[in-house]
Design a protein around this ligand. Structure first.
Ligand SMILES: [Zn+2]
Length: 409
């Protein structure tokens, strides 16, 4: 059987950097190349019904071992694209037996230092895969891709009993499209995990509820010399609007489970102004309260400056998957047991953003996220622990094994 590291080193050679300026899906040709390459590999190891979509999402299945047809179908998902934030072209990785201290990254003059990246301290004695300091590594998310394929290959070649398994590799996850084109029904799984987190042992299943408020301010422009009692300066009203929001509920003043209002952009003259706010809260009811508060500020300003001065348009963006996952506690139970069984302690914390798993959960595929053993994503300091990547494979195998043995909700 091919080794995990060999798979991973092959995948990161393909440049799959997502391109936000492309109108096409996938947004870069390398993603389609890698998807097709992986499709061949999945067929070779014995996966069934291997197919790719127009957007180069890759789907495959493995039917249940005879007698285990009633085990719920489990999905495993990763993405093939890499972040637009750093080059993914000509990745020159090297493997380091890590004995502690600083790691020089090629000839780039850059170093990986435990002072800057304290997680390195836990990884002394591991084999680390690092970059040459000029590109990202692509462990986000090719570590996840390699781990899923390694787990499938292990199951098939060792004849390990299993329920139905479904695998998907998506494109342009880094641009937020990883779930948009996902065909949940065709995928065929009852629930799934994305294998797209950091340290092994992580389970992520809580994320923000999110809405976006667009505020339009209609001012009245008039010559400053004769403006008294007539001019309505949209810029001043915009500032007044912002000043009515709680200053301690912004991204820069909150953490953990605290929500916020974020003024993400503002463009204004005297005659007209526009502001965009991002509203975030882990609690759905609190998010609704935040929306109401935005409306109430608009009402107050409209009373002061006249009807139609401040117009508000609020749109939901995504929701906290915790609500959905809570209906399927088996997903957390399975993951926690799998992690304990490899000698790790499960850790989870709320994600202060959205995840593809959240979107998939609301599309009917409950989908927490598990760690890959990749660190410092989206930049030249990205690295992976090969030891943790191998453990991530064992965690996947443990989950499949527990499901096959009949652990139910
Ligand atoms: Zn990712």
């Amino acid at each position: 059987m091919t080794k995990l590291i060999d798979r991973f080193l092959r995948y990161i050679k393909v440049d799959t950097q997502a391109n936000p300026n492309s109108g096409a899906h996938p947004t870069s040709p390398g993603q389609r190349m890698l998807s097709h390459y992986l499709a061949d590999e999945l067929r070779q190891i014995g996966m069934e019904n291997v197919r790719t979509s127009d957007q180069a999402y890759l789907y495959a299945e493995l039917s249940a071992t005879p007698g285990l047809e009633n085990v719920p179908a489990l999905g495993l998902i990763a993405h093939v694209d890499t972040s637009p934030d750093a080059s993914g072209s000509n990745v020159r990785a090297s493997v380091v037996e890590y004995e502690g201290g600083e790691i020089p990254l090629g000839d780039s003059g850059r170093i990986l230092s435990p002072d800057e990246f304290p997680s390195l301290r836990r990884l002394v004695g591991h084999r680390l895969i690092v970059t040459d300091g000029t590109t990202l590594l692509g462990a986000d998310n090719k570590a996840g891709v390699a781990e899923i394929i390694q787990a499938m290959d292990t199951i098939i070649s060792k004849g390990i009993p299993h329920g139905k398994l479904c695998v998907a590799f998506t494109t342009d996850e880094e641009l937020g499209y990883g779930a948009d084109f996902f065909d949940v029904e065709n995928f065929g799984a009852k629930y799934a995990y994305t294998i797209d987190g950091g340290a092994v042992g992580e389970i992520q299943y809580a994320n923000f509820n999110a809405a976006q408020a667009r505020i339009k301010i209609v001012g009245k422009s008039i010559h400053t010399g004769s403006a008294k009692g007539i001019m309505k300066n949209a810029s001043c009203i915009a500032c007044e609007f912002e000043s009515m929001l709680p200053p301690d509920e912004t991204p820069q003043t909150t953490e953990d489970r605290e929500g916020f209002y974020h003024l993400s952009s503002m463009k204004s003259g005297v005659g007209e102004g526009q502001m965009v706010y991002l509203l975030r809260d882990f609690d759905r009811a609190m998010l609704e309260e935040r929306k109401q508060f935005i409306y109430s500020i608009a009402d107050t300003l409209n009373q002061k400056y006249g009807d139609g001065t401040v117009l508000v348009d609020i749109e939901d963006q995504y929701f906290n998957m915790e609500e959905i996952i809570a209906q399927h506690p088996i997903l957390i139970k399975l993951a926690e047991k799998a992690i304990y069984d490899v000698g790790y302690i499960p850790i989870s914390w709320p994600v202060r953003g959205g995840t593809d798993g959240a979107t998939l959960s609301y599309k009917g595929l409950p989908c927490p996220n598990l760690g890959t053993g990749g660190y410092n994503p989206h930049g030249v300091y990205e690295f992976a622990s090969l030891n943790e990547m191998e453990i991530a494979v064992d965690i996947i195998l443990n989950i499949i094994d527990s499901l096959a043995k009949g652990i139910t909700e």
